[in-house]
Design a protein around this ligand. Sequence first.
Ligand SMILES: [Fe+2]
Ligand SMILES: [Fe+2]
Length: 304
Amino acid sequence: MRDASTAARPQDREQNAERLLRASAKHSYDPLTAIDWDAPVDPEQFALPAHRVSLHGTPMWHALGPRQRARLSVDQFASATSAGIWFELILMEGLVRHVYASDLTTRHAQYALTEVADECRHSTMFARYISTVGYPSARPSRRAQRLGRLHFLLNDTAMTFAGAIFVEEFADAMQREMIRDEGLQPLARAVARIHVIEEARHIGYAKPELERRWARMSAPRRAVFRRALAVLAQQSVAEIVHPRVYARAGLDPVAAQRAAHLNPYWRDARVDWARKAVGFFTELGIIDRSVEPMWRRAALLAPR
Ligand SMILES: [Fe+2]
Ligand SMILES: [Fe+2]
């Protein structure tokens, strides 16, 4: 396990923030002008690789035609981006609170504001993607809205950073696969490319912050934190495929959710996309034997 006792001393914290600010100045994008939103969208093209669509390989999948499968992948990506907006709004709120409690002459606080600006552009980009491909809504599920309200109430900065690391690493893994696959919809890949580049900095900001806060946490608080993060991770991933995705494909949403839940392809996708975050949390001891079964049940950790 990593020794976090020396994590992020004030000078290291400032150096890290300085580096991130410099990288932001060089590689930041305005998605409204950097992406060609008017280019025609080919209805035959997938947005996610076929084997990463939640129903891939199931009898329901085999009953769909090629164009319906492509549409299902586009809707799944649109649903994932709407979950992204939900999460980014929560994160922005957490970062603003973090800044409010900080000294804005520090690079550390200035970078937090820079990250808020990045997330503002991302949420706008995701919303634009959703409306461009004709997905009907960016509203999160009721369950997700409740979780968001709970996060606002608890005001736990360590949890904000831990949640950010989980969601950002998960999205990063998914979107890197999209960037690599040249056969996928160019619009979806353009969105993924901008997001991957800018999110790498956010992960580099959140990790030492979480290490620092975790090192100071008492044993009883750690025990609660471990469980709370497992719940947050599980709920965030559940939010990725909203049941309306299935309803729009003419499928029974309850039966489709059950089929996805049992689908080994979909379990592999979640385990693969969660791998980096799970590795980091395990190294710190935020995932240990007491909560491993929760991560396994959520299909975010491979079965033994
Ligand atoms: Fe983002
Ligand atoms: Fe981010």
